[in-house]
Design a protein around this ligand. Structure first.
Ligand code: ASP
Ligand code: MG
Length: 406
């Protein structure tokens, strides 16, 4: 018997009517295919935020433990409502919280990691021909405390259940009909990808395409869970996230990703000697500021420039820290720019093709776009450019790498 795991996000279950619509889809699918169905749901849209705001009224910094007790209720509401809607359609269904399944996590409240999933309870319900409805985003510690998996964590619940149950496919139903070559709001010619590799999806996701929780993609790659992203509201094949095949290697570039919220800072004229990079970055990491790209120039006159990028929210704090260590390190000055963005091309095809970087830089140069920083990995090339060029850069690259279709 084949088994499918479905996940419906907050916007797919955001109203009573939408929950009824999901119930109907599930019954139709079960009747048409005979698949066993395990369904993971999010809280109704807006609920997690609403509860977070409520908590703020009680305490300025509520404990993560209590936040988990609070936020996990959102998903519990949805599982009960969806089971009612299914039963109303004559379909037997069973609801499970994370604790009832026994999704065992570590005890890092608010960002817990799944350690083990017991499948007996779910299996028993499936054997009774029920649709199983599981609350996403939550688990329990071995001691029984409620935990949550971080924002967007229902995706990870779905993938982890699919892996544990050896499901034939894990389908993430959402409000977009798949993964696109870039954000269609920036480039209307963006096209839905029929397939993308786990690795490419990880790069696209970490670069700001917020369709899936990053951890769910890592999990799917690790356990080889075929993952499909598709729309709850319109029929279609969606995008399959899977292992690389020959077909995929033929495409040079799969997508153009970008990140708007970037800022860069430079410490100029730092002495070129051992220990300087670590002396610069240590106070930054101690302030819990995440660094992305790092560039250090070749030294001239025994001094060098050290530049890195941070999230725009951390810009002021980062400048402050650098001002403090500037004199200490005998550096010349601190500089910064928070009107920059990062644009990246992503594709496993670049492993086996030369000249991709030069094609990218030529395309940007032809439009008069100045590149401020560059970084590369095996399947990605990123450039930092001025914010005002974001749209132009994305569209130019989209066109240049043949992603816009005919
Ligand atoms: N309800 C949680 C959130 O809004 C988990 C999820 O929807 O995946 O982040
Ligand atoms: Mg989500």
């Amino acid at each position: 018997m084949s088994l499918h795991v479905h996940k419906y996000g907050g916007t797919s279950v955001g109203t009573a009517e939408k929950i009824q619509n999901v119930a109907k889809k599930l019954v139709d699918e079960k009747n048409a295919t005979g698949h066993d169905l395990v369904v993971v749901v999010s809280a109704m849209s807006g609920e997690t935020n609403r509860m977070t705001d409520l908590a703020q009224l009680m305490q300025s910094a509520p404990s993560k433990k209590q936040m988990d007790v609070l936020l996990s209720t959102g998903e519990q509401v949805t599982i009960a409502l969806l089971c009612m809607a299914l039963e109303e359609l004559g379909q037997a269904a069973s609801s499970f919280t994370g604790g009832q399944v026994k999704i065992i996590t570590d005890n890092s409240h608010s960002k817990a990691r799944i350690e083990e999933i017991q499948t007996d309870n779910i299996q028993a319900a499936l054997n009774d021909n029920k649709i199983v409805v599981v609350a996403g985003f939550q688990g329990v510690t071995a001691e029984g405390a409620i935990t949550t998996l971080g924002r967007g964590g229902s995706d990870t619940t779905a993938v982890a259940l699919a892996a544990a149950l050896k499901a034939d496919e894990c389908r993430i139903y959402t409000d977009v009909d798949g993964v696109y070559t870039t954000d269609p709001r920036v480039e209307p010619k963006a096209q839905r990808l029929a397939k993308i590799t786990f690795e490419e999806m990880l790069e696209m996701a970490s670069l700001g395409s917020k369709i899936l929780q990053i951890r769910s993609v890592e999990f799917a790659g690790k356990y080889n869970v075929p993952l499909r992203v598709l729309s709850t509201f319109v029929d279609g094949e969606g995008t399959l996230i899977t292992y690389e095949d020959d077909e995929m290697e033929k495409a040079l570039i799969s997508g153009i990703a970008f990140n708007r919220d970037e800022a860069k800072v430079t410490l100029a004229g730092v002495p070129d000697m051992p220990g300087v990079a670590s002396a610069i970055l240590k106070p930054i990491s101690e302030a819990n500021i995440e660094i992305d790209m790092i560039v250090q120039n070749v030294a001239e006159d025994k001094t060098t420039d050290f530049t890195f990028t941070v999230h725009r929210n951390d810009y002021d704090k980062t400048l402050q820290i650098l001002q403090n260590i500037c004199a200490e390190l005998g550096a010349e000055k601190v500089d910064g720019d928070n009107k920059i963005v990062k644009v990246s091309i992503v594709g496993v095809g670049m492993r086996s093709h030369a000249g991709i970087a030069s094609q990218m830089f030529t395309a940007l140069a032809d439009e008069g776009i100045n590149i401020r920083m560059i970084s590369t990995s095996e399947i990605k090339i990123s450039v930092v450019v001025d914010e005002k060029y974001l749209e132009l850069a994305v569209r130019t690259l989209h066109e240049s790498f043949g992603l816009s279709g005919e």
